[in-house]
Design a protein around this ligand. Structure first.
Ligand code: ATP
Length: 610
């Protein structure tokens, strides 16, 4: 039987009140067990505040301001005496505002099915172009009129992007394991499947309604598919060249370490895509230029570019798309790093990042051309390659013909620390950040970080610590000139994988220009939270002026990892802190759960002590 949207909202309400992650997992698992496949898929996207996976352009583009305006207009008609802006201020949350206002208006719940609400959500997504604000408002108001206050609350939170359960895909994979077997025993199969197919709804369709054995069998059939991003393989760090050979057997593979934007290049034909995978969202996606995925009957060859955060960045790099289409192979998946390129040299990371925008690409394309430097190949001419040894994949890549804005990493093999030192110095002199060394045997393990791939960066060699990726969980208003900008420093947190919480470790206020501070203010102010969040821990000594929802990842460099002197809260972030942290990049292409973990920073600290 089809589930009602109100049942989903009741579960959301329950989750909001739950403190422990395990309880959230089992609450969601019990609910998923009662759903049919399609409802379960819809729910798996909705819990993440979406209608499709993140690599499908399906944003609501609907702001809190729009809903406040809409409610004010409606109040003028209904005349219930509610002061919308005041309620918004008092509640501090757009969902709670709508709940209160809708309670006053006394609307009648029509018990819409989840699937019908999903249709409405897609209508909002697919309303674009001139006059879209009015059209979206009309859809939202019509939907609201058929909702109870609770349904209205969650509908609005979803479309305004403020459904803040702190649930990510990792939590959902845990949930699916409990759905299949009431424990975590299916997690490994789920991780593998999600690694090659980053579509949580598709994974869900292979779990719900099946017995454990069948689930495991189903998950095994999930294969790498061009058009669906693969989780990026990650790298470990070591301190010395000798340590590389303690970890890996000689000879090892060495490639330059490019400092740009991680980018997967997928080329495929639409007919092959639809034959190989049947995804729920493909029914809804606008068959137009905007979605890209299903466009163009004439030229059925599609090229898509994805970041390591599974974001579709195809529109950002049209020259790579053009050149990928020219390459003489029908289908492939390449793993690469995109860098600014002036025809002779690679540009700095900061210059490259200017290309990381979706609009106004025309001029930038001329001013800052880019080159995708491929270092791995995962799929070629309809054949998956990711399970082959790294050595074999690198050989296949060396035979692969690239052109124009698509190039290849130069790969060498070395057998001793001395040789590695020499190659490392050569690469640094050639302008690279260092090298990445790889073990010859071993498949491409999506999303995995282990010592089979190791980075050696020049910054790490000069006895500084490696850069650290922190999640912004608050900010300080600052004093003097900075007070006028509204932000003086940001509070950064590490990710604690075991407990799924963010643990604040330091205040970052250095290395930030005024323009950047303004940008930081804009990106954080909409995400402020009134009370503390269950999944964020802050030591008393670091209490910020404003707490924000953990969403943005930023990179810092520091002189040293230090131990914080606490007042009973030394356990937060293992009591670690950074000495003189400086901002390197704001708004990384990483999700909060991909930030540096407490475990990683602890092991960096221990290594440095040694
Ligand atoms: P993380 O370790 O989480 O990836 P990060 O994003 O700060 O942290 P870096 O310290 O820059 O990463 O080093 C790892 C990254 O280097 C890889 O994720 C990849 O994007 C990039 N990279 C550059 N050249 C290569 C290469 N030849 N092989 C593999 N990865 C490379």
């Amino acid at each position: 039987m089809n589930v009602k949207f109100i049942d989903v909202c009741n579960v959301f309400e329950k989750i909001e009140g739950i403190k422990s992650r395990n309880e959230t997992t089992s609450c969601l698992a019990e609910f998923f067990k009662t759903l049919d496949t399609e409802d379960a898929q819809i729910l798996s996207y909705l819990v993440l505040g979406r209608v499709a996976p993140s690599f499908v352009n399906s944003e609501f583009n609907y702001s809190e301001k729009s809903i406040v305006n809409l409610l004010e207009m409606y109040e003028k008609v209904e005349k219930r005496g509610s002061d919308i802006k005041k309620i918004r201020e008092q509640t501090g949350d757009i969902g709670d505002t709508v709940y209160q206002v809708w309670s006053l208006f006394g609307s009648k719940e029509k018990s819409l099915a989840l699937a019908s609400v999903y249709d409405e959500l897609w209508k909002i997504v697919n309303t674009t172009g001139n006059g879209s604000v009015d059209s979206k408002n009309a859809i939202v108001l019509k939907a609201l009129k058929s909702f109870s206050p609770l349904e209205a609350k969650y509908f609005i939170r979803i479309i305004c992007g403020s459904l803040r359960f702190g649930i990510n895909y990792k939590t959902l994979l845990d949930v699916f394991s409990f759905v299949a077997s009431d424990d975590k025993s299916v997690k490994e199969s789920l991780n593998r499947a999600y690694g090659v197919c980053g579509d949580i709804g598709y994974i869900c369709s292979k779990v719900v309604g099946f017995e454990k054995e069948k689930v495991i069998e189903n998950l095994k059939t999930i294969e790498i598919t061009p058009g669906i991003p693969v989780l990026s393989r990650l790298v470990e760090r070591v301190q010395t060249f000798d340590e590389v050979f303690e970890r890996l057997e000689a000879p090892i593979i060495v490639q330059p370490k490019f400092d740009g934007l991680r980018c997967q290049i997928h080329k495929y034909s639409m007919s092959d895509f639809t034959k190989s995978i049947n995804v729920l969202w493909s029914r809804y996606i606008k068959k137009s230029e905007e979605s890209g995925l299903f466009e163009s009957q004439v030229d059925s060859t599609i090229v898509k570019l994805f970041t390591r955060n599974l974001e579709d960045v195809t529109e950002m790099f049209p020259e790579i798309v053009e050149d990928a289409k020219k390459i003489n192979n029908d289908s492939f998946i390449l793993d690469s790093e995109v860098l600014g390129w002036d025809g002779k040299d690679f540009l700095s990371f900061q210059d490259t990042m200017q290309r990381r925008r979706k609009y106004g690409i025309g001029d930038l394309k001329k001013d800052i051309p880019v080159k995708a430097m491929c270092f791995d190949i995962l799929y070629l001419n309809s054949v998956p390659l990711y399970q082959k040894d790294t050595k074999e994949r690198v050989e296949i890549l060396s035979e692969f013909s690239t052109i124009g804005s698509i190039g290849k990493a130069e790969t060498v093999e070395v057998s001793s620390s001395e040789e590695l030192d020499r190659i490392f110095q050569e690469n640094v002199q050639a302008g690279f950040e260092g090298v990445i060394v790889k073990q010859r045997p071993g498949e491409y393990l999506p999303g995995v970080r282990n010592y089979e791939w190791i980075k050696l960066k020049k910054s790490m060699m000069s006895s500084l610590v490696d850069t650290v990726d922190l999640v912004a969980v608050g900010y300080y208003r600052g004093s003097g000139r900075r007070a006028n900008l509204g932000v003086g420093a940001v509070l950064g947190a590490l990710y604690n994988e075991e407990d799924d919480v963010f643990e604040a470790i330091c205040k970052v206020g250095t290395g930030i220009s005024d323009d950047m501070l303004k940008q930081i203010k804009t990106s954080l102010e909409g995400d402020s939270v009134k009370d503390g969040l269950q999944n964020v821990k802050v030591p008393k000594s670091l209490k910020p002026d404003v707490l924000v929802y953990p969403k943005i990842v930023f990179t810092v460099e520091a002189d040293e990892i230090t131990k914080r002197i606490g007042n009973g809260d030394e356990n937060i972030g293992c009591g670690l802190s950074l000495r003189f942290p400086r901002l390197v990049e704001w708004g990384r292409d990483k999700s909060p759960s991909d930030a540096t973990s407490v475990k990683e920073l602890s092991s960096m600290f221990e290594n440095r002590k040694k």
